[in-house]
Design a protein around this ligand. Structure first.
Ligand code: SF4
Ligand code: SF4
Length: 110
């Protein structure tokens, strides 16, 4: 369940709300994420079965995440499999805000 970027989708609240089909949780997450990401996120957007699944995805992860797009273009499972892992600015920038992603990717590389 490790996403292209290194986040663990199995721990993501959007994933958990989808798995439990919990509308109250969806409403809470939508409110929280709208404030956090300064975006208009509605409860109905809170549906995701994981970055690398074939199922439904949260729109940001599906269509906007540059790391996911890049992995797909290079046919990589995740950034840990990339030759530019240590030098990639996109990944560095993301890992500054999500250090847990770097930790998970480092583990995959070791
Ligand atoms: S792909 Fe889905 S489950 Fe994974 S981090 Fe993004 S929103 Fe969460
Ligand atoms: S170039 Fe960067 S974003 Fe693209 S796959 Fe490699 S590490 Fe990930």
């Amino acid at each position: 369940m490790i996403a292209c970027c290194g986040l663990d989708c199995s721990k993501c609240e959007c994933f958990l709300a989808t798995q439990t089909d919990d509308d109250n949780m969806r409403a809470d997450i939508a409110k929280k994420w709208s404030a956090r990401y300064r975006a208009d996120i509605k409860p109905e957007h809170i549906n995701c079965e994981g970055c690398r699944s074939d199922g439904r995805k949260f729109f940001y992860c599906a269509d906007m995440c540059e790391l996911r797009k890049c992995c797909q273009e290079m046919e990589l499972d995740n950034c840990a499999a990339c030759d530019m892992y240590s030098t990639c600015d996109k990944l560095k920038h993301f890992c500054k805000i999500a250090p847990e992603a770097r930790e998970a990717l480092d583990k995959l590389r070791s």
